[in-house]
Design a protein around this ligand. Structure first.
Ligand SMILES: CCC[C@H](O)CC(=O)SCCNC(=O)CCNC(=O)[C@H](O)C(C)(C)COP(=O)([O-])OP(=O)([O-])OC[C@H]1O[C@@H](n2cnc3c(N)ncnc32)[C@H](O)[C@@H]1OP(=O)([O-])[O-]
Length: 718
C-alpha cells in the first residue's frame, strides 16, 4: 500500500509500504493513485514527497504478478498522472530504485538520492524492457548513449554515477528524506512544465545508426539469441526518433511481444529459483529454517593453485581472515604474489578499502590452523593426497572446525572417511575462476551433518555466491550432466560432423562457447587425466580392450588420441581448433583429414549430421542425466539443477535451465526424440530415456514446480 501524511510546510508525504522491496503490486498502484489524487486535490498541499518504507524506494513492478491475470490500475497512466501534477513531486531514492521503481521516479519532477542508493532499469534481466515509460524518459533525461547502455545491460548504477549522468538531481550522505522535504518547499509554486521529461527531446548523437549497431553487436556477443536486449535497442531508437506518444506506443508493442515470448518466463523463473536455492532441505527434516550455521571468523585454504588462490581472494573480499597453506617455499612465494596482486585488482575494481578485506597470512605450517573455524582444502584432484590432508587436519584443527574439500567430482564420503569427524566434512565445489564464478555446489556425503550444510550455505552467501546443496556421486550434478553432453559431441564427430558445426549449433542456442571451444580453453588434459584415473585410457586400460568400446558401451577415443599427440587446446596452440593467433580458434584442416582417416580406420560411414540432431543429441542426453539425478535424489529439485546450469555452466538464462527448457520444449517430445536416438544408437547408454522422464510424461507433463512432490517419493541422497 502507500501511506499518506501531511507534514508542516504544506508537504504531503506518500510512503510506499510493501515489504521487502516495496514492489508495485496491484494494491500499491491503487494506493498511489488514491494518495496522489488526494495530495493534488488538497488546497493546503503545495508539494509532494514520494518515498519508500524501510530505506528502500522501490524494487519495480511485482514480478509475481506477471504470471497472473493483470488486475488493478496500470503503471503507465499512473506515472503520467504524477508527471502531469501541477504541484512538484520529489522522489526520495534510498536503497534501490529498479525497473518500474526508477520509472516511477522518472515520472516525478525531481529525484534526490542517498549516497548508498542504486538505480537501474533492470527489466532486461527478466526478459522484458522498461515498459512504464523508462525507454522513453531515460534517453530524454541523460541522452541516448548513456540510456542505451543502462537499458540494454540492466546494470545497477550507483548514486554517484546517477548524479553525474543526471538521473538524480542531488545525492546526500545524510537523510535524503529531510533533504527532499526542504527541497520540495523551495520549488513549491514553480511551474512544472520544464520538469516533465515527456516534453523533452532526447539528445542524440549524429551517428545514431552506428551507436545502435554497436550495441547489437555487443548483445550478440554477450547473450546470443536473447530477445529482450534487442527490443531495448529498438525502443531506444524510438525514443531518439519519435515523439513521446509514438515512442510509448512502440514501447508497449515491444513489451507485448516480449511478454509472450517464453524467454521472459524463463528469466523470471531464473530470478525466483536462484533465490529459492538458499532454502535448502534434506529428507531427514533438516533445513535452512531449523539449522543454525556456525560462525566463521577465521578460515584457511590449503593449496595455492588456480582454485586455492581464487578461494582465498573470495574469502578475503568477504572480510574473512584467511590462512593460506602451501607445501613448499617456492609455491608459497608464488601464491602470495599472485593472491596479493589479485586482491589489489579486486579492491581497485570494486572500490573496496583495504580495511574491508580479510587479512591473508601465508604459511607452510599446518599447525597454524589450530584456531580456524573452517578449512577449504583445494589441492589436486588426487584421492590419496586429499585423504592424507584430511587425516592431518583431524589432529590439528579444533574438533568443531568444518572441513571442506574443493573437488569437482571425487567421492566426499571416501574423503570424509579419513577424518575423525566425518559429519563435519562437506564438499565445496567452486568454479574457476573461483573469485568470479557465482556457483558453489555444496556436496553432502551420507554422513555430513545439517550444521555442516548450513555453515557451507551461509559461507556461500557471505562470498556473494549461489550455493546449491547436492548429493554425493561422481561429478555431483553439474559435471555429471556434462559427461553425456560431451560424449555426444565426440560421437557426432565420429559420425561425420565437424567441431565448428557442433559449436555453431550450441552457440546459436545461446551458449557463449560451443563445447569444443570450451574444451580447448580449459585444456583437453583435464578430461584426459580423469579418464586415465578411471582406467578408460592410459596404462590402467586392460590390454586388448577394443578401441571404441568400454564395458560393452560405446566409447570415443578421439580426445585421448588428440592428447597423446600433444594437442591439449589453446595452451599448445592446437586442440579441436588451431590457434595461430592467441585465442582465435580457426578450423584445422589437419583435424578434418585426421577425422576422415579415423572414420575409414573404424569403418564408419561418414554422413551429413543435421543441426537438429546435433542440438537434440547434445542437450537431451544432458537433460536425460538430469532426470536420472532427480530420480536418485542427488538434486532436491529440477530448480536446483537449473540454477547450477545457469550460474555455473553458461546455460543461456533466457532458456531457463535444462530442466525448464525440457518442459518448454515438451516432455513428450524429449522422450520421443531420446527413444528415437536410442533406437538408432543402442550402444550409447545415456540415450535410453530415464524412468523419471517416462513417469512425468505418463502424469501429463506437469509444470516444473510440481516435480518435487513426485521426486520425493524416490530415495534421496541428500
Ligand atoms: C509495465 C512494466 C513495468 C516495469 O518496467 C517492469 C518491472 O519493473 S520488472 C521488475 C524490475 N525490478 C527488478 O528487476 C528488481 C528485482 N529485484 C532485485 O534485483 C533484488 O530483489 C533487490 C536488489 C531489489 C533486493 O535484493 P536483496 O536485498 O538481495 O533481496 P532479494 O533479491 O533476496 O529479494 C527479497 C525478496 O523480494 C522478492 N522480490 C524482489 N524484487 C521483487 C519484485 N520486483 N517483485 C516481486 N518480488 C520481488 C524476492 O523474490 C525475494 O523474495 P523471497 O520470497 O524472500 O525469496
Amino acid at each position: 500500500m502507500a501511506l499518506y501524511r501531511r507534514i508542516p510546510g504544506a508537504i504531503a508525504v506518500i510512503t510506499l509500504t510493501n515489504p521487502p522491496v516495496n514492489a508495485l503490486s496491484c494494491t500499491v498502484r491503487e494506493a498511489i493513485y488514491e494518495t496522489v489524487k488526494r495530495a493534488t486535490a488538497d488546497q493546503e498541499v503545495k508539494a509532494i514527497v514520494l518515498c519508500g518504507a524501510n530505506g528502500k524506494f522501490c524494487g519495480g513492478a511485482d514480478i509475481k504478478e506477471f504470471s497472473r491475470e493483470m488486475r488493478g490500475p496500470p503503471l503507465v497512466p499512473m506515472i503520467d498522472m504524477i508527471e502531469e501534477s501541477e504541484k512538484p513531486v520529489v522522489a526520495v531514492i534510498e536503497g534501490v530504485a529498479f525497473g518500474g521503481g526508477l520509472e516511477l521516479a522518472l515520472g516525478c519532477h525531481y529525484r534526490i538520492a542517498h549516497s548508498g542508493a542504486q538505480v537501474g532499469l533492470t527489466e532486461v534481466t527478466l526478459g522484458l524492457l522498461p515498459a512504464a515509460g523508462g525507454t522513453q524518459r531515460l534517453p530524454r533525461l541523460i541522452g541516448v548513449p548513456a540510456a542505451l547502455d543502462i537499458i540494454t545491460t540492466g546494470r545497477h548504477v550507483s548514486a554517484q554515477e546517477a548524479v553525474r549522468l543526471g538521473i538524480v538531481d542531488k545525492v546526500t550522505d545524510s537523510s535524503a528524506m529531510e533533504e527532499a522535504i526542504e527541497f520540495a518547499k523551495t520549488v513549491a509554486g514553480e511551474p512544472m512544465g520544464p520538469r516533465r521529461l515527456s516534453l523533452w527531446t532526447a539528445a542524440c548523437p549524429e551517428d545514431l545508426d552506428s551507436l545502435l549497431e554497436g550495441a547489437l553487436v555487443r548483445i550478440r556477443q554477450r547473450s546470443r539469441g536473447a530477445l529482450a536486449p534487442v527490443a531495448c535497442v529498438q525502443a531506444v531508437r524510438a525514443a531518439a526518433s519519435l515523439p513521446f506518444a509514438q515512442g510509448m506506443k512502440k514501447e508497449q508493442e515491444l513489451m507485448a511481444y516480449l511478454f509472450t515470448s517464453g524467454q521472459a518466463r524463463a528469466m523470471q523463473y531464473c530470478f525466483f529459483t536462484q533465490r529459492a536455492a538458499a532454502r535448502w532441505t534434506t529428507p531427514s527434516g533438516a533445513s535452512w529454517e531449523n539449522t543454525k550455521a556456525r560462525p566463521v571468523r577465521q578460515a584457511a585454504v590449503i593449496g595455492l593453485g588456480t582454485m586455492g588462490k581464487g578461494i582465498a581472494v573470495s574469502l578475503s573480499r568477504a572480510g574473512i581472515p584467511v590462512i593460506a597453506v602451501e607445501t613448499e617455499q617456492k609455491r608459497l612465494k608464488a601464491g602470495r604474489k599472485a593472491v596479493n596482486s589479485m586482491l589489489t585488482r579486486e579492491s581497485q575494481k570494486r572500490g573496496l578499502a583495504e580495511a574491508h578485506l580479510g587479512s591473508i597470512s601465508f604459511t607452510l605450517d599446518l599447525r597454524k590452523l589450530r584456531d580456524t573455524d573452517l578449512v577449504i582444502e583445494a589441492v589436486f584432484e588426487d584421492m590419496a593426497l586429499k585423504k592424507q590432508i584430511f587425516s592431518k587436519l583431524s589432529s590439528v584443527c579444533r574438533p568443531d572446525a568444518l572441513l571442506c574439500t574443493n573437488t569437482s567430482g571425487l567421492n566426499i564420503d571416501e574423503i570424509a572417511s579419513a577424518a575423525s569427524r566425518p559429519e563435519l566434512v562437506v564438499g565445496t565445489h567452486f568454479f574457476a575462476p573461483a573469485h568470479v564464478m557465482k556457483l558453489l555446489e555444496v556436496v553432502c556425503g551420507p554422513r555430513t551433518s545439517p550444521v555442516a550444510v548450513a555453515t557451507a550455505m551461509q559461507l556461500a552467501k557471505r562470498l556473494e555466491k549461489i550455493g546449491v546443496v547436492v548429493g554425493n556421486c561422481s561429478g555431483f550434478v553439474g559435471n555429471r550432466m556434462m559427461r553425456p553432453y560431451t560424449e555426444q559431441a565426440y560421437y557426432l564427430l565420429e559420425e561425420g560432423a565437424r567441431p565448428e558445426e557442433v559449436d555453431l549449433v550450441l552457440e546459436e542456442f545461446g551458449f557463449a562457447m560451443g563445447i569444443f571451444r570450451v574444451m580447448d580453453l580449459s585444456g583437453l588434459d583435464v578430461g584426459w587425466r580423469s579418464r586415465k584415473e578411471l582406467g578408460l585410457t592410459g596404462p590402467k586400460l586392460p590390454p586388448g580392450t577394443e578401441a571404441r568400446s568400454r564395458g560393452g558401451k560405446r566409447y570415443s577415443p578421439l580426445p585421448d588420441i588428440l592428447c597423446e599427440s600433444g594437442r591439449l587446446g589453446q595452451k599448445t596452440g592446437r586442440g579441436w581448433y588451431l590457434y595461430e593467433k592467441e585465442r582465435v580458434a580457426t578450423p584445422d584442416p589437419w583435424l578434418q583429414s585426421f577425422l576422415e582417416d579415423y572414420r575409414s580406420r573404424f569403418g564408419i560411414q561418414s554422413r551429413r549430421v543435421g543441426q537438429d540432431e546435433i542440438l537434440e543429441r547434445c542437450l537431451y542426453s544432458l537433460i536425460n542425466e538430469g532426470f536420472r539425478i532427480l530420480q536418485e535424489g542427488i538434486a532436491a529439485s529440477p530448480e536446483d539443477i537449473d540454477v547450477i546450469y545457469v550460474s555455473g555452466y553458461g546455460w543461456p538464462r533466457h532458456r531457463g535451465g535444462p530442466m525448464f527448457y525440457a518442459w518448454m520444449v515438451g516432455l513428450p517430445k524429449v522422450l520421443d526424440k531420446l527413444e528415437h536416438y536410442h533406437r538408432t544408437h543402442p550402444d550409447i547408454p545415456n540415450l535410453a530415456p530415464s524412468s523419471m522422464l517416462r513417469k512425468l510424461v505418463a502424469r501429463g507433463s506437469p509444470p516444473v514446480h510440481q516435480w518435487r512432490a513426485l521426486i520425493q517419493q524416490h530415495s534421496s541422497q541428500l
